[in-house]
Design a protein around this ligand. Structure first.
Ligand code: ZN
Ligand code: ZN
Length: 238
């Protein structure tokens, strides 16, 4: 796959509580590596050390573009029950550009494959949610076929998370789970977005492992949001 990723919307700054760069450092790196779009998606409030909801309602002070990089402000929400409820207040929803919804261990326990899948589908069905983050972790086993079909139906993208594919990641079986996810996404024509899930500026825009997997699975280029700026709308709040 010769295509170049133009956007990265799963990134964190110091504000997430366990990440190590500032917004400015992330923007400078995005510009340096040639990204056209940088989205910042701090963890939502249930993660220890993450900002309270007030943090997410003042993004108007951030310029729309710096150093040739268009900036968007999202949030990585925590799914906290089997219905897919997320820890984002109503006032926050209208202030962010997009919401990634994810299962995170401090916020929810493994409920078993049936209820984990139900939770992710419930989140995908929420019109405020545009991306399901890292559905690739055997600590939260799911039926990926069911999720991919539902995500396509509700116009929600599934994330191919480059950090999950790092051997240092705490997520379990991600390479194998991501392969299955890509096969299911092919089958149901589900849109996929690569995310770096950067917790330090040096990871911004680095999609090496995700790109290798797209190549390996011969994944259709037109189903990958990162390769065309016209596809960005798919993951922005409707
Ligand atoms: Zn994090
Ligand atoms: Zn996450």
């Amino acid at each position: 796959m010769q295509k170049k990723p133009l956007l990265d919307i799963h990134t964190h700054t110091l504000m997430s509580g366990h990440a190590y760069s500032t917004l400015r450092e992330n923007i400078e790196e995005a510009s340096r590596v040639g990204l056209k779009v940088l989205g910042t998606s701090e963890h939502s409030s249930m993660i220890p050390g993450a900002p309270k909801q007030i943090y997410f309602v003042n993004f108007k002070v951030i310029p729309k573009e710096i150093d040739g990089v268009r900036l968007y402000n999202g949030i990585e929400a925590n799914i906290y029950d089997e219905n897919g409820s997320i820890d984002v207040e109503e006032r926050t929803v209208s202030k962010v550009d997009y919401i990634i919804a994810s299962l995170h261990l401090p916020c929810i326990k493994n409920m078993g494959p049936v209820n984990n899948t139900k939770a992710l589908i419930g989140a995908a069905k929420n019109p405020a949610v545009t991306v399901i983050g890292h559905p690739d972790d055997s600590r939260f086993p799911i039926d990926i076929d069911e999720l991919a079909a539902a995500a396509a139906e509700y116009h929600t993208a599934l994330e191919l998370n480059n950090s999950s594919l790092n051997p240092l990641s705490s997520r379990v079986d991600a390479p194998e789970n991501c392969r299955k996810m890509l096969e299911a996404c092919k089958k149901y024509k589900t849109m996929v977005i690569m995310g770096t899930d950067s917790h330090i500026c040096y990871d911004i825009g680095r999609f090496d492992r995700a790109m290798a997997l797209l190549e390996e699975t011969d994944f259709p280029e037109e189903q990958v949001i990162n390769f065309d700026l016209d596809r960005l709308g798919y993951v922005l709040r409707k």
